[in-house]
Ligand binder design. Sequence first.
Ligand code: GAP
Length: 510
Amino acid sequence: MAAPKENPLMEKIVSLCKRRGFIFQSSEIYGGINGFWDYGPLGAELKKNIRDCWWNDMVRRRDDVVGLESSIIMHPKVWEASGHVGGFTDPMVDCKTSKQRFRADQIFFSPVVVDGKTVDYVSVLESERVAEELQEKAETLKRKKAIQGKLEAVQPRDFTEARPEEIPLVPSPATGEPGSLMPPRAFNMMFETYVGALRDESAIAYLRPETAQGMFVDFKAILDTGRVRIPFGIAQIGKSFRNEITPRNFTFRSREFEQMEMEYFISDLDDWEKWHRHWIDWCRDWLVSIGVPASHLSEYNHPREKLAFYSKGTTDIMFRYPFGEQELWGIAARGDYDLSQHAKVSGTPMIYFDEATKRRYVPHVIEPAVGVDRIALAILCSAYNEDQAPDEKGNLETRVVMRFHPRIAPVKVAVFPLLKNKPDLVQKAKEVRDLLRLHMTTFYDEAGAIGRRYRRQDEAGTPFGVTIDFDTLGEKPELKDTVTLRDRDTMKQDRVMISDLLPLLLERIR
Ligand code: GAP
């Protein structure tokens, strides 16, 4: 698996994901395929819970947002109008010697300057420590080449900023030698396919690189249903595909991933900054409501000069992953660009008629766009925890525990008979499991010592454990029909009546 190198925490998380059935490399028995991932039994539940929470909070519990499921393959003109055919590119660099391919903005380099003179160049791949790594390389180079004089501090630039005369001097990150990196060229990230029996230009179509265009293309159709009035939103969850040059950091940058996007249409005269702020706050609060620690979140405002010409402002909610602070959720104010483009290219006006003011206009849009896989990864990274817990003999051992918020935990409750060779205990445990599983995901486990079973569920992140013991069956008459309810985080066990169990758990997992 592609675990980021030299990141012990990330390696532990990737290994747990594989061992416990959260995430596997796609097609692993054939050696895997880079940038594609499969979610195993626990991962599939985790993702479903993230999607369900978002859909409930974003669509079902609001009056002003409606849902949509548009097709993955759309008319190719959609992507011409949106600008993706012409401009959805990343700058790519080939290394002639190693045949490896890099994203130009992920190669960082610096001249090595001694006593004011450039003596060589050093390069590294993007990381948390670009400047430090470049400085270390520059010092090593000066020492190895026995160059006398004062080494100046490195000045990191990415390869898109390399001047033509510098390109042959920058060492390839693959070989460490200069002379093999090609000048950056634009690489379109859309996956192409053919629709129908013919395989010629006229049959080319694209796997969508974002779900957003579905909302713009169907804007008129949804408006005509008569259910919506501005301001209102259209939300969609679905797969998107990007032929990323360098998929990396586990599932963070994948070639197939899932997005949850919402286009919120407002009046052209409305205060877009107010709505932009509203949705940034909404997204942040929502992340916290599913257990993403607020302390790991920050905001990054894209500088004005780097915004697309139509964009009024974009703010990313960043998450502190073990491999660095990275974009989790982008909230963009896109003006009327998308609707106007589709009106122009399709010839269908995308006009809203305001009954109250009798005014016609093209609405503006605020777009919160997030990847389900990036949320899942943020949750896995922040839930991972190691603490000390007593084993069967009372000795302290390291316990791996996934502290998922009960709302999104893959399994809500595990049910255990104390012993598997006592039919009465087993039968009662299965009755309790059947009572609960109509309402929540449960896991029944009778294999091995009870302490081991608790540990397995701690690793799976199951917040509650219910044990059926001899007191449940009435060994102590005053405890008949009670069970122990164990809390994953405190490891405390309470005795609870079976009849109270369901309402109590429903309350806690809400
Ligand atoms: N419609 C706007 C749009 O797609 P984006 O910033 O390109 O904007 C939105 O993508 C979100 O989708 C990102 O913030 C990220 O969470 C997720 N995302 C984008 N590319 C991804 C990839 N290659 N792998 C996983 N998630 C990705």
